[in-house]
Design a protein around this ligand. Structure first.
Ligand code: SF4
Ligand code: SF4
Ligand code: SF4
Length: 315
């Protein structure tokens, strides 16, 4: 095994921490800016009441071409968790790393959530013997398709410019304060005080957990797992066109990619080379940003390199 060295010098923690002065941080800023931009777009889409079924289809469809870019670069809940992590880093509080086995187990268990959701949609049709083709119900995710609205819960904005029918965390004049899944919780509980209490506890617990565990909710999220399922299927079909490639020759097995991954993907480190993105990978590109070996990790679209690892240690 090769040593963790660069230009014959050991990679020390001091040198690793020097990354904050490096240009490679620009990608992290670009990611946050992109997430903020999409937050505005999503708020606009919710104001003009875009078809929810179409939105779910678009998100899953785009995954076939782009992989889990939605999770890494668009999802509002992902942005909230990233901002909480940013705050933790500013406060110099260390994060917790989940045991690898537990992380993998959670990843696999998440598929169960989606199966339950799908069962909730399909079973009424089987039991009542109806046709599944109800385009209007699907487009608005109403009637039998209602359980699928939970897939859009991570898109819930913190400020909503109206008062939802079942209430929100806080109502301030003509706007409300909300949080992902609060709308779902309030609707499921009929907007009762118990529902509000449950929503507040949910928000508090997930915020605390996200403070200590990076991208905490992404380990359970049914939306993420739906995207991941699409992502898993594609491996045998030559899609998506966006890929994370590793050069076996250039990797020194320094382990930085494993440490910086917010969802604890280990395959980028473990696999010898080639396409290393798995269904857990959100394509946030943090590993490419932080890998200090030029051309070792690359983001490629249809074989064309869009972004690659650079020698940030020499900066
Ligand atoms: S896993 Fe869920 S919460 Fe995380 S980024 Fe993807 S959709 Fe958003
Ligand atoms: S891919 Fe890059 S960061 Fe990861 S172990 Fe190899 S050299 Fe280190
Ligand atoms: S493997 Fe790399 S691109 Fe994928 S989630 Fe981890 S850091 Fe992000």
């Amino acid at each position: 095994m090769k040593e963790s060295t660069y230009k014959n010098q050991p990679i020390t923690m001091t040198r690793i921490h020097n990354w904050t002065k490096d240009k490679t941080k620009q990608l992290s800023y670009l990611r946050v800016m992109t997430q903020l931009l999409f937050l505005i777009v999503i708020l606009y889409l919710s104001i003009i009441a875009v078809w929810k079924g179409l939105l779910v289809t678009l998100i899953l469809g785009a995954t076939l071409i782009l992989g889990r870019v939605f999770c890494g670069w668009i999802c509002p809940y992902g942005l909230y968790m990233d901002l909480v992590s940013l705050l933790r880093r500013k406060l110099k509080v260390p994060h917790w790393t989940l045991p690898e086995k537990l992380n993998r187990m959670l990843h696999k268990l998440r598929y169960m959530i989606v199966l339950v959701l799908l069962a909730l949609v399909v079973l009424p049709f089987i039991v009542e013997g109806k046709s599944l083709i109800h385009l209007s119900e699907f487009l608005w995710l109403r009637g039998a398709f209602r359980p699928l609205t939970i897939l859009l819960a991570p898109l819930e904005t913190l400020v909503i410019p109206w008062i939802p029918p079942f209430g929100a965390l806080l109502e301030l004049g003509k706007v409300s304060l909300s949080y992902p899944y609060v709308g779902e919780i309030m609707a499921a509980t009929g907007g009762t005080e118990t529902g509000l209490l449950f929503a507040v506890v949910f928000v508090a617990l997930t915020l605390i957990a996200s403070f200590k565990v990076r991208r905490f909710w992404c380990r359970f999220c049914p939306t993420g797992v739906s995207i991941a399922a699409v992502n898993k299927y594609k491996r045998s079909r030559g899609v998506p066109l966006l890929r994370l490639n590793k050069s076996e020759e250039k990797c020194t097995r320094c382990g930085i990619c494993k440490r910086v991954c917010p969802v604890q993907v280990t395959e980028v480190y473990d696999k010898k080379g080639g396409d290393v993105a798995t269904s857990m990978c959100t394509l946030c590109l943090r590993c490419i940003e932080m890998c200090p070996y030029p051309d070792c990790l690359k983001l490629q679209f249809a074989g064309k390199t869009l972004f690659k690892s650079r020698n940030w240690l020499a900066a």
